[in-house]
Design a protein around this ligand. Sequence first.
Ligand code: NAD
Ligand code: G3P
Length: 300
Amino acid sequence: MTKNSIAVIGAGKWGQALHFALSQKQECLITSRTKKDIRNFVDLDTALNCEYLVIAIPAQQIKQWLRDNFVYKNQKILVASKGIEASSGQFLNEIYEEFVPSKNIGFISGPSFAAEVIKGLPAAIVINSKSKKLYNEFEPFFPNFLKVYYSKDVIGAEVSGAYKNVLAIASGICAGLNLGNNARASLISRGLVEMQRFGKHFGAKKSSFIGLSGAGDLFLTASSTLSRNYRVGLGLAQGKSIEEILEELGEVAEGVMTAEAINKLSQKHQIYTPIAKEVKLILDGKNPLDSLKDLLSSNQ
Ligand SMILES: NC(=O)c1ccc[n+]([C@@H]2O[C@H](COP(=O)([O-])OP(=O)(O)OC[C@H]3O[C@@H](n4cnc5c(N)ncnc54)[C@H](O)[C@@H]3O)[C@@H](O)[C@H]2O)c1
Ligand SMILES: O=P(O)(O)OC[C@H](O)CO
């Protein structure tokens, strides 16, 4: 293993933005399934030899990717994905812990559109890890335009990052249906309560939901067309099928599969999650206007 070296795995929008950010102070390698014309692009073996890895591949693909490709050599890992595995309902920290000890795993959370990070625009993010030492080792790699906070609430960050994508879909639907600013603000704030209730069940701290990881990322994603998940919602409001929307998007929208994961977990653990439930019903074909009326009416 090459000491003090860092690599990003996954060269999609977020992987490339993180690579740009992490290249400001030192050399940062990058790799992906298909070769890309990016500075310091290397093969997977070279990347896996780095002491520090930032992994930015979609949540639904991570378990299989780890099984097929990952070789643990005491690397320290930052997970950049935001989602919950739909097939198993497993959180990403549970998946990663099958391959890497928890002291070597951290999660990036907070409001951070790749399109703005890659321009060097300022943002504040959080590294969430059971180990403060891991934060202390990763933090100096980040450029001055990103302020990096520490939290040990891994599950709070994970639930926030994943859940806000589902709420962004709901918010996009609400906006696309022209239901007004009051309705959308109501939906977002009830969504914040809903994701906090869900997270609490799994041991998340309340403070994570009112900080950068929760409210910060939710307000960002649920109010901007820069968000892929929000744009999925706009498409659903126009009556497009989810297949058509994802085809047009050409990038991952984690909220789609995460809505399924949340519904599975909510049913199993008896957690009240009405917005995630309606998003899943809409994805399965329910009329979006009927759903939003059901959600916002006083009979619910
Ligand atoms: N784009 C953002 O602004 C942003 C910000 C924060 C977090 N995220 C999260 O980062 C993750 C990646 O998002 P993105 O924006 O880079 O998506 P993207 O669609 O732009 O890129 C996804 C990348 O994953 C790779 N990939 C897909 N399947 C793979 C597999 N089976 N094995 C290996 N690699 C595979 C693709 O080749 C691609 O490089 C998501 O979980 C997303 O929620 C994105
Ligand atoms: O484009 P989205 O909806 O995947 O959101 C991107 C980031 O998670 C914002 O922090």
